[in-house]
Design a protein around this ligand. Sequence first.
Ligand code: PMV
Length: 324
Amino acid sequence: MSTSIQISAPGKLMLLGEHAVVYNRPCLVSAVDQRMHVTLELTTRDKFELNAEDVNIKNYQKPLSEIGGGEIPKGASFAEMAVKNFCEKYQLKKGIKITTQSQFSSLFGFGSSSAVTVCVIKGLSELTKISLSEKEVFDLSYKTILDIQGKGSGFDLAAAIYGGTLYFVTGGKKMEPLDTKGLELVVGYSGVKADTVTMVNLVKEKMIAQKKVIEKIFDYIAQLVEDARDAILKKDWRYLGTLMDYNQNYLEELGVSTEKLNRMITAARKTGAYGAKLSGAGGGDCMIALVSKEKQKLVQEAIQNNGGQILELAIEAEGVRFEE
Ligand code: PMV
């Protein structure tokens, strides 16, 4: 039995439906061609060891008996809880050493935590020869995310596992692949790192205070996602752009957009994007613009002129895979 393995999973971009998807609505998510790489090793040492330099974790160690307990640094929490959940569920009692290395900055909001979680669970199943279906990898990864964050849809895990573009419903109730070939996105980073949990809690507060209104907004967003799925099937990018604009309006109503994101989004629209919106929890991170090939340069420059950083990447990337 091999004792060491290399595995990678893609980051993701939310196309439509963020926040509503936490409340039993659908969303559209695409995997991006920037990957999280993880090396996993079973050891004879009686401890969990982690190196994750991208998030400032160096030579972190814990006895196996203490895994998941005590103080866990933020950068270690997903790997550690994923190991804990796997070991508990499958009665694994071996030392485990993990090293992570990301192709993308954890600042961008591409889902580095979810990608690590998926790599750890899938990797441990391979190392221990405990065969898990993709749905089983999803379910254990989703438990891990909920253990740490309390709330979340799991959309980012689905992108990390299956890759491509997915129509996704909360908790993996539906996960259907969609062909988005020909869909050209420009991605702009706002320069501000957003905290997903803070933004999800902000919306939760609104849900408590104004339940009926927020439920209606989520119903509208769900309709936009359904129409967007049809638009993708028909490759009607112009209409998809219009739906993204509507989605952005609702996100602004929810109070999760920022002035900087709004400026970048407006600039993209003015220079000929079919549509533009924030992507993810909001409060910072990235915006996306749907743009024809001819207009791409113009839109990129407009976003840069408004303080955004262009991130060169492609969507529809491959899901989790073993590396040589
Ligand atoms: O901040 P991100 O990119 O991880 O996106 C969060 C998306 C939410 O819908 C707000 C939360 C979720 O788990 O779906």
